[in-house]
Design a protein around this ligand. Structure first.
Ligand SMILES: Cc1cc2nc3c(=O)[nH]c(=O)nc-3n(C[C@H](O)[C@H](O)[C@H](O)COP(=O)(O)OP(=O)(O)OC[C@H]3O[C@@H](n4cnc5c(N)ncnc54)[C@H](O)[C@@H]3O)c2cc1C
Length: 220
């Protein structure tokens, strides 16, 4: 089912990522980590649906998404970046994506952080963050989405990894050395979301350390 919604507010988070707040259709429900298909309600774009993850509190009166735009080609995310409050968006019903299966290590790359915004924020609200670690990889320090939110979450251990050297942050990518230095229990749950190559590489490391695939939560 398609729902017509109105863009209420847009908040820039990084050079290419913005927070979009939209009206919530009556009776619309979702769980943290779920996604839906989104299209711009404009001639020629209504059929161009793309999946995005809800980042709002399911109990809030509005819905929100955190969306990274790719300016190097004429796709939907580039168009989204030009939208203003009052514009109309079409959204579908919520579906699967990543579910909260308990405390663990959340491994994110770039916009792959979005399912964890919903899941970790819900845990923060219910005071159940203890025992969870966020390892968040980005190209540069200024690409880190919502850094103050992560650093302010009581009970969450945060490890930021950036490719460009930056004071106080780990330099490089999520590799064996980094994971060995951060993880002391390979028996816990792992969540993985990021660019396909990053996910493949990190999944291989987890497998090498003996983590069974049913302990790794990622998008199917
Ligand atoms: C379940 C799920 C949830 C998601 N949730 C989010 C979210 O919450 N926030 C978010 O930011 N993203 C999210 N994504 C990713 C998001 O759906 C994509 O970034 C989006 O669909 C890209 O749309 P587009 O029209 O801009 O790019 P498309 O045209 O669909 O292209 C997709 C990719 O192909 C490459 N590409 C295609 N054509 C070119 C070209 N000419 N030049 C260079 N590169 C090219 C780009 O890397 C681009 O990212 C999610 C994805 C999934 C599967």
């Amino acid at each position: 089912m398609t729902h017509r919604t109105t863009l209420l507010d847009v908040v820039p988070l990084t050079r290419d990522t913005r927070h979009y707040v939209i009206t919530k259709p009556s009776g619309y429900t979702f769980t943290p980590g779920q996604a839906t298909e989104v299209a711009i309600d404009r001639d020629g774009l209504r059929d161009e649906t793309r999946p995005f993850t809800f980042t709002s509190d399911p109990d809030a009166d509005v819905l929100s998404f955190t969306i990274k735009s790719y300016f190097d080609h004429d796709g939907v995310t580039k168009e989204l970046h030009s939208l203003k409050a009052g514009d109309s968006l079409l959204i579908g019903d919520p579906w699967g994506a990543i579910a909260d299966n308990g405390p663990g290590v959340f491994l994110a790359g770039g916009a792959g952080i979005t399912p964890f915004i919903g899941i970790l924020s819900a845990r923060a609200r219910s005071g159940t963050l203890s025992g969870s670690t966020l390892v968040f990889a980005n190209a540069t320090e200024r690409d880190i989405i919502l850094r103050p939110l992560w650093e302010g979450m009581d009970g969450l251990v945060t490890v930021f990894v950036v490719e460009e050297e930056s004071s106080g942050l780990r330099t490089g990518r999520i590799d064996e050395a980094l994971l060995d230095s951060v993880i002391d229990d390979w028996g816990q749950r792992f969540y993985l979301c990021g660019p396909p190559k990053m996910e493949e590489h990190v999944a291989e490391i987890l497998e090498k350390r003996g983590v069974p695939s049913d302990r790794i939560t990622r998008e199917e």
